[in-house]
Design a protein around this ligand. Structure first.
Ligand SMILES: *Cc1c(COP(=O)(O)O)cnc(C)c1O
Length: 396
């Protein structure tokens, strides 16, 4: 099928929840993808930070083939080898002692909310409230959209579940004031992704940790977008020397297969006992085998080093564009999650880049161009992307 045929089917039969670009992607390799008419694109979206190892990475393909021939799914009624190994390896390389597996970022956050509430019920006299940040993004389920600090995500879904409250990001004093008798946890993205690649202010995450310690409540990091190597370290919190009590992962964890995970310290994780939470698909043999392949590749093969190196080259390239075009306000980010804030219609720039063969996305208030190439990308593809971007920006 060609682009047009696929578009017509989508428009007729698929729920109308996305403003999709008018192409269908049918093939990928590394940092390049092709649409159904055969046109090639440089991919600075990577499935919204999902394809961390790029498209069709041999380690992922091999893991899928091998596990699919052996055992795809059983159920969590039984022990699952690849799940226990992936949990062990995530714990070995993080602050955590235990992992709960699910299928998406929203579900990982739901698990975090449930665990925090159980912890509050057992240890903190029934505290339940979760504070989260304005401009944040945590998912589209009822609880996670309630924790999301963006009106456009929340509108039209009242009544929202109680027990959530929003406070400004990067404002320690506001958090301190907001912590109440019922507050059990503070939830933040260490770096806000959908909000427009917003970095934590100096001392902010450390301050949150101190506040949580003082009040005896939990700190939850949502690393669904910035975890699994995206910032040049395996987890973003490592940049700031602050450990959470709970962390959520998804996007890049499964290399393109749907895997979410909630990681926690023992003293919190102990509040989950048999019967308190579950997921039919969560952590099945296939997705966990692939998760293991992703994690091993990230740890062994110089991928993180490449991310730092390419991130620097892309950052400098974007900086030099900022020098040329006065409507560019700021370049920011870490590793290979970078944002360019513009005083222009970001959506129009994104659409024109697509025309020219470069995939990027918009974040924030439609005013931040976001760059999330595969962590394995090479210099040539970075340069090609920058060349296309420069051409598009010069028409704005
Ligand atoms: C994408 C994202 C989510 C939601 O993940 P889904 O898999 O779409 O449910 C949650 N938190 C952050 C920070 C994200 O970027």
């Amino acid at each position: 099928m060609k682009n047009q045929q696929i578009l017509r089917l989508t428009q007729k039969y698929v729920a109308n929840t996305y403003a999709r670009f008018p192409i269908a992607l049918v093939q990928g390799k590394g940092a390049r993808v092709w649409d159904a008419d055969g046109k090639e694109y440089i991919d600075f979206v990577a499935g919204i930070a999902v394809n961390g190892l790029g498209h069709n990475h041999p380690a992922i393909v091999r893991a899928i083939q091998r596990q699919a021939q052996t055992l795809i799914h059983v159920s969590n009624l039984y022990h699952i080898g690849p799940q226990s190994e992936l949990a062990r390896d995530l714990c070995r390389h993080s602050f955590a002692n235990r992992v709960f597996f699910c299928n998406s970022g929203a579900e990982a956050n739901e698990a975090a909310f449930k665990l925090a509430r159980r912890y509050g019920a057992e240890h903190l006299g029934g505290k339940y409230e979760i504070l989260s940040a304005l401009n944040s993004f945590h998912g589209r389920t009822l609880a996670t959209l309630t924790a999301t600090g963006q009106e456009k995500v929340r509108r039209g879904f009242d009544p929202l579940p109680p027990g959530f409250r929003l406070v400004p990001y990067n404002d320690l004093r506001a958090v301190d004031r907001a912590i109440g008798e019922k507050t059990v946890a503070i939830l933040v993205e260490p770096i806000q992704g959908e909000g427009g690649v917003v970095l934590p202010a100096e001392g902010y995450l450390e301050g949150l940790r101190e506040l949580c310690n003082t009040k005896g409540i939990l700190l939850i990091f949502d690393e669904v977008q910035v975890g699994m190597g995206r910032t040049g370290k395996l987890f973003a919190y490592e940049h700031f020397g602050v450990e959470p009590d709970i962390m959520t992962l998804a996007k890049a964890l499964g290399g393109g297969l749907p895997v979410g995970a909630m990681l926690a310290k023992d003293y919190v994780a102990d509040s989950f006992v048999p019967g308190t939470h579950a997921s039919t698909f969560g952590g099945n043999p296939l997705v966990c085998s692939v998760g293991l392949a992703v994690l091993n590749t990230l740890l062994k093969k110089g991928v993180l080093r490449n991310c730092v190196k390419m991130g620097k080259i892309l950052f400098e390239g974007l900086q030099s564009l900022k020098g040329r075009f006065r409507f560019i306000r700021e370049i920011r980010g870490k590793g290979l999650i970078l944002g360019m804030e513009v005083e222009r219609d970001g959506g129009k720039i994104v659409a024109e880049c697509l025309q020219e063969g470069l995939l990027i996305t918009c974040a924030g208030n439609n005013n931040v161009l976001r760059f999330l190439p595969p962590l394995t990308i090479g210099r040539r593809d970075i340069d090609r992307g920058l060349t296309i971007l420069e051409k598009v920006l010069s028409h704005q």
